[in-house]
Design a protein around this ligand. Structure first.
Ligand SMILES: [Zn+2]
Length: 310
């Protein structure tokens, strides 16, 4: 076996001398770099004006980033998008009528844990300005009237508790009654642990409402955004007649570590991404956020001509 020799750089010249061990009583002098590394952003940039892209490291002017629906102009990285921003980017001005906006979760299990559920709900309401992790309503996308539900990952990880399930179910039932197509934008870490079995029940409830909607031969388009996982992916998010995903979104049921330890197999590097699932037939389309509205109008137009309704 080859013996490894420690080397160190001196003034750009590669030394082959073994590293000298300092004497035990020698003072340790930390190396302090006086200059910032080349390419580092200036430190005097005012906050709230620029955002650094986590993928390509470019600095993006916030106004241009907002105009581009929070998609990086250099590498197409999709920044998180709130439910309100998403609705504004899709529906025609003043056409959106929110439904069941006053529904709010209660601590039905008197949850005991590291944090208090009622307190958590309050904090998340203040942080996001939402009552719970989904906004539902009826609005116009182009010439089409649609029932729209948009989840917000910032509210308790977009988790599905009884309010999220109830709001989606009521929306789908209203769409069935009024002959409207349904579009749901999912963004979720799964069921809400604070509500235990009550949150798991929402999987069956939302799926049943969508089954009645499908029986009425009305279309349902599911859009998966980053991330869509666990109980939400295992219920309404994977039931769309057309399933669309945003680029490089994380989509799956169990986490990759759980799957790897169960199957004892090496997982591909792009496992549980939109691109991987498109290749394997789970989703139909990957769409950039900027193309979403145009494509939804075109899909709804195609489906309405096929059915000659809504
Ligand atoms: Zn970028």
């Amino acid at each position: 076996m080859k013996k490894r020799v420690k080397t160190r750089k001196v003034s750009g010249v590669e030394s082959v001398e073994p590293a000298i061990t300092p004497l035990a009583d020698a003072p340790l002098i930390p190396r302090v770099s006086k200059l910032p590394p080349i390419g580092a952003p200036r430190l005097d940039i005012p906050e709230g004006l620029w955002t650094k892209c986590p993928k390509c490291n470019e600095l993006l002017y916030d106004k241009y980033l907002d105009d581009n629906l929070k998609v990086c102009m250099h590498c197409s990285y999709h920044f998180p998008f709130s439910a309100r921003e998403r609705i504004n980017s899709l529906v025609e001005t003043c056409s959106f009528e929110e439904t069941n906006a006053d529904l709010q979760s209660i601590d039905i299990l008197s949850f005991k844990g590291p944090s208090n559920y009622t307190e958590k709900i309050k904090q998340n309401q203040e942080k996001t300005g939402l009552r719970d992790a989904v906004v539902t309503g009826v609005g116009d996308i182009g010439p089409h009237r649609v029932a729209l539900a948009v989840m917000d990952f910032k509210f308790l990880g977009g988790s599905m508790g009884s309010v999220v399930g109830e709001k989606i179910t009521r929306l789908v039932e209203e769409a069935t009654d009024r002959n409207l197509p349904v579009i749901i934008f999912a963004a979720s870490g799964g069921a809400r642990m604070y509500e235990g079995m009550f949150s798991l029940m929402q999987m069956a409830k939302t799926s049943a409402a969508l089954a009645f909607h499908a029986k009425a031969q009305l279309p349902y388009i599911s859009v998966l955004t980053n991330p869509t996982t666990a109980g939400v992916m295992a219920s309404f998010a994977s039931l769309g007649d057309v399933i669309i995903a945003e680029p490089r979104a994380m989509i799956g049921f169990a986490g990759p570590r759980v799957i790897q330890s169960t199957t004892h197999q090496e997982l591909p590097s792009d496992f549980q991404t939109s691109e991987f699932l498109l290749d394997h037939g789970l989703i139909d389309l990957i769409l950039d956020r900027n193309e979403m509205k145009r494509t939804l109008i075109s899909l709804l137009g195609y489906m309405s001509r096929a059915k000659n309704r809504f």
